[in-house]
Design a protein around this ligand. Structure first.
Ligand code: HEM
Ligand code: HEM
Length: 179
C-alpha cells in the first residue's frame, strides 16, 4: 500500500498537532489563572487569552470533523479487535470532550455573575446564550473543570498507547499522524 493510503490526511495531521498544542497550553493557562495568585491585570489578561484560544479550538474542531468526513481514515493497524475498539472509543471520547470543554466554557463565561463579555481576540463579542446566573455558574464551573482534566487524563492514556505501539509493537504508528 502506498505511504499516503496508510496515513491520516494532511489537513487532519496538521489539525491534530495544532489542536494538541493549543489544548495543552489552555489546560496550563486554565490551571495557572485559577490557582496562582497574581495581580488583577495579569489575571484578566490570562482569562482573555484562555477564552480567545478556547474559542479557536472550537472553530478548529469544526474543520477537523469536516476533514475526517471528507477523507477516509487509514485502515486500522493490524491488532486485536479489543485494541481496535479501544482506539475507536478513545478517539470518539476525544471528539466529545473537545466539544464539551469549549461549549461548557462559553456557557460558564456567560453565566458568570461578573458578566464580562467574551471577545475572542478583541474581534467581536460572542453572543451570550444564557444570562448571568450564580446557580448555573456554580454548576457549569465544575463541569468545565472535570471535562478539561478528563481530556488531560485521556491524553495521558493516548500517549502511553502511542509509546506502546511505537516501542513494543514497533508498528511505526507515529508515521501515520506526522509529516
Ligand atoms: C490533546 C491532545 C491530543 C488529542 C485531543 C488527540 C486526539 C487524537 C485523535 C482524535 C486521533 C484520531 C485521528 C483524528 O481524528 O485526528 C489521534 C490520532 C493519533 N494521535 Fe493524538 N491526540 C492528542 C495528542 C497526541 C500526542 C501528544 C501524541 C503523541 C505522543 C499523539 C499521537 C497520536 C497518534 C500516533 C495517532 C494515530 C493513531 C492511529 O493511526 O490509529 N496524539 N489523536
Ligand atoms: C479546549 C478548550 C479549553 C480547555 C482545554 C480549557 C481548560 C480549562 C482549565 C483546565 C481550567 C481550570 C479549571 C480549574 O482548575 O478550576 C479552565 C478554566 C476556565 N475556562 Fe477553560 N478551557 C477551554 C476553553 C474555554 C472557553 C472556550 C472558555 C470561554 C469562552 C473558557 C472559560 C474558562 C473560564 C472562565 C475559566 C475559569 C473558571 C473559574 O474562574 O473558576 N474555557 N479552563
Amino acid at each position: 500500500m502506498s505511504e499516503d493510503r496508510v496515513r491520516w490526511s494532511g489537513p487532519l495531521r496538521l489539525l491534530h498537532w495544532l489542536m494538541a498544542a493549543l489544548i495543552v497550553a489552555l489546560i496550563g493557562v486554565g490551571w495557572t489563572m485559577t490557582h496562582i495568585r497574581s495581580d488583577l491585570g495579569t489575571t484578566f489578561t490570562l482569562y482573555q487569552w484562555h477564552k480567545s484560544y478556547g474559542c479557536l479550538v472550537a472553530v478548529l474542531l469544526v474543520l477537523r470533523v469536516a476533514a475526517r468526513l471528507v477523507a477516509p481514515a487509514p485502515p486500522p493497524i493490524e491488532h486485536s479487535r479489543l485494541e481496535r475498539q479501544a482506539a475507536r472509543a478513545a478517539h470518539l471520547a476525544f471528539y466529545a470532550l473537545m466539544l464539551a470543554v469549549p461549549a461548557s466554557g462559553w456557557l460558564m463565561a456567560a453565566a458568570s455573575p461578573l458578566a464580562l463579555p467574551t471577545r475572542p481576540f478583541e474581534l467581536f463579542t460572542l453572543p451570550a446564550p444564557v444570562a448571568p446566573d450564580e446557580a448555573l455558574f456554580g454548576w457549569l464551573q465544575p463541569l468545565h473543570e472535570v471535562a478539561a482534566y478528563g481530556l488531560l487524563a485521556l491524553l495521558a492514556l493516548h500517549v502511553l498507547a502511542t509509546l506502546k505501539h511505537q516501542f513494543v509493537d514497533r508498528d511505526h504508528i507515529l508515521r501515520r499522524i506526522t509529516f
